[in-house]
Design a protein. Structure first.
Length: 147
């Protein structure tokens, strides 16, 4: 009986830790802004990088997310996983190379409804030339990098 109780407690603690573990989000040094304060919904809806406003802000995964409009803020709150960038907003090319590197919010690509960011437009061009391969590598590397 005591062994079973210990197992149940350990399992419960493991599940609780997993439920509360949030992947790291790439944020600004000052202000803790995700994606340098850019509106992640606009990438999907407007197909361009749009700077968010502090009037339309929320917190998710210990980061502050800004939006260009109340509508975009509400869309993000309703489904943050849909709009949040892949790999916590770190450079997708670098994650494929097992590194966490900052991004240029203007260097973005939407693939299958997912937002990928890169360090620069030059890196974005390189990443785009073999995108499927880089995504596959980054998907494999991200679990270890995000611990």
């Amino acid at each position: 009986m005591l062994k079973q109780l210990s197992r149940i407690i350990c399992l419960g603690l493991a599940l609780t830790g997993a439920a509360h573990a949030a992947e790291p989000i790439n944020t600004t040094t000052f202000g803790n802004l995700a994606v340098d304060g850019y509106d992640v919904v606009a990438y999907q809806t407007d197909h361009r990088a749009v700077k968010g406003k502090s009037d339309f802000r929320t917190e998710w995964h210990d980061a502050k997310w800004q939006f260009a409009s109340a509508e975009h803020l509400q869309a993000f709150r309703a489904d943050p996983q849909r709009y949040a960038p892949q790999y916590g907003g770190y450079c997708a090319y670098a994650v494929a190379d097992k590194r966490l590197v900052d991004i240029d919010p203007e260097a973005f690509t939407i693939v299958d409804g997912k937002l990928y960011l890169n360090y620069s437009r030059d890196i974005q061009k390189k990443w785009s030339a073999d995108r499927a391969n880089y995504i596959e590598k980054a998907d494999r590397n991200w679990p270890a990098l995000s611990r």
